[in-house]
Design a protein around this ligand. Sequence first.
Ligand SMILES: NC(=O)c1ccc[n+]([C@@H]2O[C@H](COP(=O)([O-])OP(=O)(O)OC[C@H]3O[C@@H](n4cnc5c(N)ncnc54)[C@H](O)[C@@H]3O)[C@@H](O)[C@H]2O)c1
Length: 251
Amino acid sequence: MTSTVLITGAGIGIGRATAKAFGRAGAHVLVTDVLTAEGEAVAAEIVSGGGRASFHALDVRSTEMVDAIFAHAEATLGGVDTVVANAGIAHRVPIETMTDALWDHTLDIDLKGVLRVFRRAVPGMRARGAGTMVALSSIMGIAYGWDEHVHYSAAKAGVVGLVRAMAVELASQGIRVNGIAPGYIRTAQLLSEEHSLGAAGAEAAPAFIPMGRLGEPEDIADVILFLASEAARYVTGQVIAVDGGLLVGRY
Ligand SMILES: NC(=O)c1ccc[n+]([C@@H]2O[C@H](COP(=O)([O-])OP(=O)(O)OC[C@H]3O[C@@H](n4cnc5c(N)ncnc54)[C@H](O)[C@@H]3O)[C@@H](O)[C@H]2O)c1
């Protein structure tokens, strides 16, 4: 793979596993995150494994930072071929305490953060007549309602609409836009006692996941790699559940 991929929130979790998967596949990986030390370590791991990578601080709430990284990639690497909009937060907020500010904070990262990187990728991809984009939704956006996470569920459902609409708008120009809806994946987000399942919930979850285990970040990374690859050349506008059978199971 000779392409360049930009991944948001790539310092830990699913983003980190995705960066490493693209690195192994031979892409130049632009590892971006608000977590500088973690992001630098991921880029260093890819490089020490014989791959190509660089770290760039990026808060997806900043259109200016997005612009600067794309401008850098255009000047030094010939542009960005694949964008993975992975950065996200999931904060527990009971509906009575859901202020406008808390709602806006999550939507700004989990939905508008996707728009910011996808939008900036379009001119270069259009000029080259090729490009792929993959966004992270969630089973909480495509099927389940998540109590005390109304803003998160709304943002992740919004990602589905964004993916569909951008896919249709850009399909004739050789640009594909897809999403992933992970189930329960073993990351810091899921293991948070305050905001998500926590350790006990993670231990209990396999009992109602048909495949009998939590997902690992690599389970998601491999499907992102597939969606960005030529093997998925006729797939656009889809959000694929990667959940060990959770949504189609019964419990
Ligand atoms: N873990 C799961 O079970 C699960 C399930 C469904 C969807 N997801 C989604 O997958 C994506 C990755 O989640 P994860 O589980 O790896 O979470 P994580 O908490 O391990 O990682 C999230 C990453 O996003 C980054 N981030 C947060 N705010 C940011 C900002 N403003 N700008 C740039 N980066 C920012 C963090 O620094 C971190 O690197 C998220 O969008 C998440 O909502 C995760």
